[in-house]
Ligand binder design. Structure first.
Ligand SMILES: Nc1ncnc2c1ncn2[C@@H]1O[C@H](COP(=O)(O)OP(=O)(O)OP(=O)(O)O)[C@@H](O)[C@H]1O
Length: 267
């Protein structure tokens, strides 16, 4: 469903690459946590999947297409197949819960009848039955994130990307959000979630891809959150990362992703 083939992303030629020769496959229907210290490249990876950024080297495939070869007029179609959720919810503050979710359908030209039928179903999926007419400021943080998730999945994307979706939520609320994401995944949507939340990673026991300095240093099914993902990234010009210890070294690659095969051959 998503393949990174030796992908390097350089924003600024004078600094270290944000991603450095990253390779992995995510199969259709998988649930993957992306972990790593702040600045390790998680958001960059997500932006490359959405074609919001371009790889400097290497190839990104999404649902069989090389995203570099998707012409700009077809990018909306690529993005329609990808739902996205962020840490800060990004709801439209002056629209009701219903209107926030409906908006995602209106922009792709869905009829009012289809919207009227679909939005309540999706609100039920995320546990927001009966909250259709609330405004975002009348909701808790967890409820606002549920609206954002409803909006992300209402057009039935094959992929859901979540960038720190529980970053602003307390542990109990976060667990509720994870149950929603898990249910969406059980229904067949591929989920890739960047997170710093070790309790959640350890509770869910899904595949974990760990980035450090833009490289994949671990790719493990049923993985846990290791201390390496919390150690701060040293600046490119800084001293070698002695604090990381052996487990944090970049040459620690036995379980690295490159060899995992996807069910969907790209192109
Ligand atoms: N638009 C940009 N222009 C220049 N450098 C960038 C840009 N976006 C990210 N970077 C750099 O790329 C590297 C990876 O950043 P990225 O945001 O992908 O990390 P992250 O793992 O998502 O961090 P966090 O957990 O803090 O969100 C960092 O060194 C960052 O400063």
């Amino acid at each position: 469903m998503i393949t990174f083939d030796n992908v390097t992303k350089v924003y600024d030629r004078n600094s270290r690459p944000a991603l450095n020769s990253v390779s992995f496959d995510v199969d259709r229907g998988e649930f993957v946590f992306l972990v790593g210290a702040s600045g390790s490249g998680k958001s960059t990876l997500i932006r490359l999947v959405m074609k919001e950024e371009h790889a400097t080297r290497g190839t990104v495939y999404v649902a069989g297409s090389n995203v570099a070869k998707i012409p700009s007029w077809r990018v909306p179609r690529l993005r329609r197949g990808i739902g996205v959720v962020f840490q800060d919810f990004r709801l439209l503050p002056n629209k009701t819960v219903f209107a926030n979710v409906a908006f995602a359908m209106q922009v792709i030209g869905r009829s009012r009848a289809v919207i009227r039928e679909t939005v309540p179903e999706v609100l039920k999926t995320v546990g927001l039955e009966g909250k259709d007419n609330r405004m975002p400021h009348e909701l808790s943080g967890g409820e606002q994130q549920r609206v954002a998730i409803a909006r992300a999945i209402v057009n039935k994307p094959g992929i859901l990307l979540a960038d720190e979706p529980t970053g602003n939520l307390d542990p109990t609320t976060s667990l509720g959000i994870m149950k929603v994401l898990d249910r969406i995944n059980q229904n067949g949507t591929t989920v890739v979630m960047a997170t710093h939340d070790h309790d959640i990673v350890n509770a869910m026991r899904k595949r974990v891809i760990e980035l450090r300095h833009g490289k994949v240093i671990r790719d493990e099914r049923g993985g846990i959150y290791l201390a390496t993902a919390m150690q701060p990234i040293v600046p490119a010009s800084g001293e070698p990362d002695a604090a990381a210890g052996p487990a944090g070294k970049e040459d620690r690659t036995p379980a690295q992703a490159g060899g995992l095969s996807g069910s969907e051959a790209p192109e």
